[in-house]
Design a protein around this ligand. Sequence first.
Ligand SMILES: NC(=O)c1ccc[n+]([C@@H]2O[C@H](COP(=O)([O-])OP(=O)(O)OC[C@H]3O[C@@H](n4cnc5c(N)ncnc54)[C@H](OP(=O)(O)O)[C@@H]3O)[C@@H](O)[C@H]2O)c1
Length: 326
Amino acid sequence: MVMRRVVKLTAFGAPQVLSIVREALAPLAPGEVRVRQTAIGFNFIDIYQRKGVYPLPLPTGLGFEAAGVVDAVGSEVAGLRVGDRVAYMNAGVGAYADLRNVPADKLVTLPETITDAAAATLLFKGMTAQYLLRRTYPVQAGDLLLVHSAAGGVGQILTRWATALGAEVIGTTGSPHKHEAARAAGCVAVVDLNDPDWPEAFLTASGGRKARVVYDAVGKDTLIRSLDCAAPFGLVVCYGASSGKAPAVDPELLNKKGCLFLTRPSVFPHNADPATFRANAADLFDAIARGHVTVDIGGRFALDAIVEVHRAAEERRCSGALLITP
Ligand SMILES: NC(=O)c1ccc[n+]([C@@H]2O[C@H](COP(=O)([O-])OP(=O)(O)OC[C@H]3O[C@@H](n4cnc5c(N)ncnc54)[C@H](OP(=O)(O)O)[C@@H]3O)[C@@H](O)[C@H]2O)c1
């Protein structure tokens, strides 16, 4: 019997509801691979699920992304061998563990140039930046973009990659001590969200120009005023709810604010098909190889410290990506 350590959620609530249990790992099903995980990524969606904002059937595991080494291969698996280095980001919840069975078609093989730590902190967030920059709107050189939470995990990657594509990024952060991280990621100016007139501050920083695209994952606290920062016929991308669920928007308001487009996309449908997932991952790995995407690991934690990981993220203490090691 193969035993493992895994984080379980038996009730929704504060970070303390997370506990680590030792349990037997199920035998491999056809098409599955057992991964000995060496690096696990934290994503803000893990908080929504822990709190029950996006409710999961309980008890449940948590976490969407990890990297590691193939430890055993089930039947009906082609193209993967014991010892291969792999990563995943859309195999369902349960990545907070030292060992996990994963469907082979949800795995990508890692190039030698990408460390396990980089993969586990870049894949989910990088694939998010990938569809936001390529498909939600194909970003062009010269576009002005407003990126909220520009010092955060997705925010830094989005900013770096957009800058490499020739766009000009103005970022926001929730505190002045994060400005430097946002600037280091490529922001030409950083606006403090504590400024009650932050949309005005954005327009001052841009010289009065409005953004072709506003990327808003803050939600409740910012979405309506984000509409004031988008250029006529521009796009507002509501892709998260860090401050709480975004309010409903009357279509007439989009008309008044300049015939705006509003969308609420997700990384999962963009990567549901295995061939598309691999093609998107190849695009991300290429951007990493070119130096267009790098990761800033803002905190490293042991799996045993999972409660502290959630506290640090929820209290907005961190910038960059958080890494968990089993
Ligand atoms: N739709 C998708 O496909 C998709 C995929 C991945 C992630 N996301 C979303 O993208 C966002 C960023 O994800 P991430 O994992 O990279 O997290 P993160 O940016 O590292 O952390 C979230 C950030 O939200 C900001 N924030 C604003 N109001 C907050 C509040 N009331 N409480 C806590 N944080 C608040 C904080 O930055 P400041 O303090 O600088 O404001 C914080 O650093 C999340 O909203 C996530 O759900 C969406």
